[in-house]
Design a protein around this ligand. Structure first.
Ligand SMILES: C[S@@+](CC[C@H](N)C(=O)[O-])C[C@H]1O[C@@H](n2cnc3c(N)ncnc32)[C@H](O)[C@@H]1O
Length: 261
């Protein structure tokens, strides 16, 4: 069993090493299903990584802050914003410390996802942080990997087999990942990752318990990265990956929208 205290350090090393490779990749791009108008909003992008989506939100007219655990990711994000002439604030912090890290400021929009929630052990605690970051009436927008997809054994290519817990578990998945989700020839040394799954009901309940109303929920048959290698094909029209076979059996991502009462 992995020690709960070291999960931030293990995952920070992992993401620091991946940040430079991701910044050099053309595969990183913005995805904005269902987002709507963000002009004039103040927004915080939790787990912003190299800041591509943060920059896109700024370009759409939001005044953005990006927050991430990984200093190397934030270096890349700051450079990207500077190159684009965009004014974005970046803050280095664990998501659970976000409220203190931004000095108690509140925002109109919290944006997160695309491989963010899986790095957090406790979805209820996350929902509490998101509530504290929002003004009353503020919006949460999450596009995220579906917990059913995270539960599938990615090493099996002979059909869809469950390999991991669907529900949140006290202990993390303690996995070795010697690559990353963009094409590259880097030899990774920080290969350990500690992650968790969160069932949809657990996520909905956490948000309802922290004073949110759900305003939108959709499940998708596509995912922005090749989540189940060997079984996916790039869909040029969607600019995302989808299953070659049995596509109707498995939701790959979801978009959740909620409003703080
Ligand atoms: C897959 S990336 C997210 C990608 C991002 N949504 C995007 O579209 O570019 C995951 C990010 O979560 C960050 N992260 C992991 N655990 C974290 C934590 N506890 N607090 C803050 N950031 C964390 C990592 O440093 C990494 O940058």
């Amino acid at each position: 069993m992995a020690c709960m205290d070291d999960y931030l350090e293990v995952n920070r090393l992992n993401w620091d090493e991946r940040a430079t490779v991701h910044a050099a990749s053309a595969e990183y791009g913005f995805d904005r299903p269902l987002l709507g108008d963000v002009t004039g909003l103040t927004g915080i992008h939790l787990q912003c990584h190299i800041g591509t989506d943060t920059l896109s939100l700024a370009r759409l007219g939001a005044r953005m802050t990006g927050l991430d655990l990984s200093p190397v990711s934030l270096e890349q994000a700051r450079q990207l914003a500077a190159d684009a002439g965009a004014d974005v604030d970046y803050v280095e912090a664990d998501t659970y410390s976000a409220v203190e890290a931004v000095g108690g400021r509140t925002f109109d929009l919290v944006y997160t996802g695309i491989g963010a929630l899986c790095w957090l052990p406790d979805i209820d605690r996350w929902a509490g942080v998101v509530a504290d970051l929002l003004v009353p009436g503020g919006r949460l927008f999450v596009r995220e990997g579906h917990p059913m997809m995270w539960a599938v054994d990615e090493t099996r290519t002979d059909g869809l087999t469950l390999g991991y817990a669907y529900f949140e578990t006290p202990d993390p998945f303690d996995l070795e990942e010697d690559g990353t989700y963009v094409e590259n020839d880097h030899e990774f040394v920080n290969t350990r990752q500690l992650s968790w799954n969160h069932g949809l009901g657990e996520t909905f309940t956490a948000l309802l318990d922290h004073g949110f109303e759900l305003t939108g929920f959709a499940e998708h048959r596509s995912v922005p990265w090749e989540a189940l290698p060997g079984r996916m094909v790039r869909d040029g029209e969607l600019d995302e990956w989808r299953l070659v076979d049995e596509a109707e059996r498995l939701p790959l991502t979801f978009t959740l929208q909620a409003r703080k009462r």
